[in-house]
Write a protein that binds this ligand. Structure first.
Ligand SMILES: [Zn+2]
Length: 502
């Protein structure tokens, strides 16, 4: 089979130039200059065919370049007219609302297109014989061709780049004959696969089923022809746009927060339908960061590397957190915008944030995994019933790690199962609080998941050993701060205005 014979036959069936190239199994950039590709393949270029496509249409060909015929296999999907309609459709949608640099097109194709590829497959077999394989399609599949042809053109015209994680433009197409053809397909299906039809109450004919089951190797041409023409007849109407829906990317915004207040919960604290505390770290951060990215801040998911109790502060470099923002209208954040957000959060007087930045979705693993292996750094203010002695102080200078057994504290039993967990304490260092001989400031490094309050007082022997049992005296905890978290993420960024001027 010569390329020229193949193309001549396709042309006689009303197949457009792009589809001719699909049947010549053209790849990537070969669709850019069709005539050149045809010439390279030794095909006579048919100057009268005007329904093809070229990536740079000359401006000085107005009325002449009208739609003469609609391609019988792609139904105009690859025509310039369709590109124009698609582009106009996208620009008429909410597209302008999204400030994203990258896009991805998801085009849902009507089944009539697949049926037409199949009809051409049979036609080629009849024309050229067994050289046309009955198991492998003779063309570059339409879905793939959409990626090779439409994607680059639409990206270029919109001035965006392709990225599978970008703004998703879902395009649903319809064709006037779709319903009619699907009805015929249902009948064909009963005849072609009678066993399956008899054993299934309702047969859902899907695109996937068409792709898998409908090949000349599985359905005879004669059976197919009882319902559909081989090759497909020309049509009057091209494909039309049914709907265009936009779905912004999932944007992840990370930073570190410092909790500077002992009266704020991590997430909204609601008891029996009533709020216990009017605000939370999660809400303060989302309130000040969310609006830049989405009109629906209630959809934002707040995650952090661990959390602290309401009455515990988190100081030092702060605790890493990330906001997962679905359907985001923006995927970038300038330093100036980040700085404004950081300042606005600071003004709450309860939380402050730093290092605010957009991060790649893959980086979420930093927060989601390895929590148990991490070290935690605490500072506890502890009170004794008597003045601290040198002996007590010496017992609380521990630089070698040791293990404790910790029963689930009574205060959390309502939400955590009762277990005894081993936990490692890496170091303990105590000093007397200035001006208060009965108070100790204790720096403790522990394995994540250790209950610190119970580590200090022992909770009637439910945590052993405890700092209290180590010194042999009753000891209570008055205040606790997290002073460090063993996670160097996200990277430090200086969003302050002074850094902008340099
Ligand atoms: Zn075509």
């Amino acid at each position: 089979m010569k390329n020229q014979d193949l193309v001549d036959f396709l042309r006689s069936c009303g197949v457009c130039e792009v589809c001719q190239l699909r049947y010549l199994k053209a790849r990537g950039s070969e669709y850019k200059d069709i005539n050149e590709t045809l010439r390279n393949l030794d095909i006579k270029v048919n100057e009268t065919v005007e329904n093809g496509y070229s990536s740079t249409p000359p401006d000085d060909q107005p009325a002449k370049k009208q739609r003469l015929t609609i391609c019988s296999t792609c139904l105009g999907l690859f025509s310039e007219d369709f590109q124009k309609d698609l582009l106009a459709g996208i620009l008429n949608s909410d597209f302008g609302k999204y400030d994203c640099q990258t896009i991805v097109l998801a085009i849902s194709l009507p089944m009539i297109l697949q049926l037409r590829q199949l009809a051409m497959w049979y036609a080629l077999q009849r024309k050229f014989g067994p050289i046309i394989d009955a198991n492998n399609p003779p063309d570059v599949p339409i879905k793939e061709a959409v990626k090779l042809i439409l994607h680059p053109i639409i990206c270029e015209k919109l001035g965006k780049e392709y990225d599978p994680n970008g703004l998703m433009i879902s395009v649903d197409l319809r064709h006037k004959l779709e319903e009619e053809e699907v009805d015929k397909l249902v009948k064909l299906n009963k005849e072609a696969f009678p066993y399956k039809a008899a054993h299934q109450k309702r047969i859902e004919i899907s695109r996937g089923l068409l792709e898998k089951q409908y090949q000349p190797a599985k359905v005879k041409a004669d059976t197919f022809e009882k319902y559909f023409q081989i090759p497909s007849p020309t049509v009057e109407e091209p494909l039309e746009l049914k709907t265009i829906e936009l779905q912004g990317p999932l944007v992840c915004v990370a930073g570190r927060y410092r909790k500077v207040n002992r009266e704020i919960s991590h997430t909204p604290w609601v008891l029996n339908g009533q709020r216990v505390m009017e605000d939370s770290i999660e809400e303060i951060i989302i309130r000040n960061v969310g609006a830049h990215f989405t009109e629906k801040p209630e959809k934002i998911i707040f995650m952090s590397s661990g959390r602290e109790d309401v009455d515990v502060r988190c100081l030092g470099k702060g605790r890493p957190f990330v906001l997962e923002i679905p359907n985001s209208i923006r995927s970038s954040l300038t330093k100036e915008q980040a700085h404004k957000m950081e300042k606005a959060v600071d003004e709450s007087g309860k939380v402050s944030i730093v290092n605010l930045q957009v991060v790649a979705r893959e980086e979420l693993s930093h927060i989601k995994t390895g929590e148990e292996q991490k070290k935690k750094f605490y500072r506890a203010l502890c009170a004794l019933k008597e003045p601290v002695t040198v002996e007590i102080l010496e017992k609380l200078q521990i630089s070698k790690s040791f293990d404790i057994q910790q029963k689930t504290p009574i205060r959390v039993l309502h939400r955590r199962p009762l277990h005894t967990r081993p936990r490692t304490i890496y170091s303990v260092r105590a000093r007397v609080q200035r001006g208060n001989p009965q108070a100790l400031i204790v720096d403790i490094v522990t394995q994540a998941g250790t209950y610190i309050k119970e580590l200090v007082h022992g909770e009637f022997g439910r945590t052993t050993p405890s700092l209290s049992s180590i010194i042999g005296k009753a000891m209570d905890i008055q205040a606790l701060d997290v002073v460090g978290i063993d996670l160097e993420w996200p990277p430090e960024v200086d969003n302050s205005l002074s850094s902008l001027n340099t």
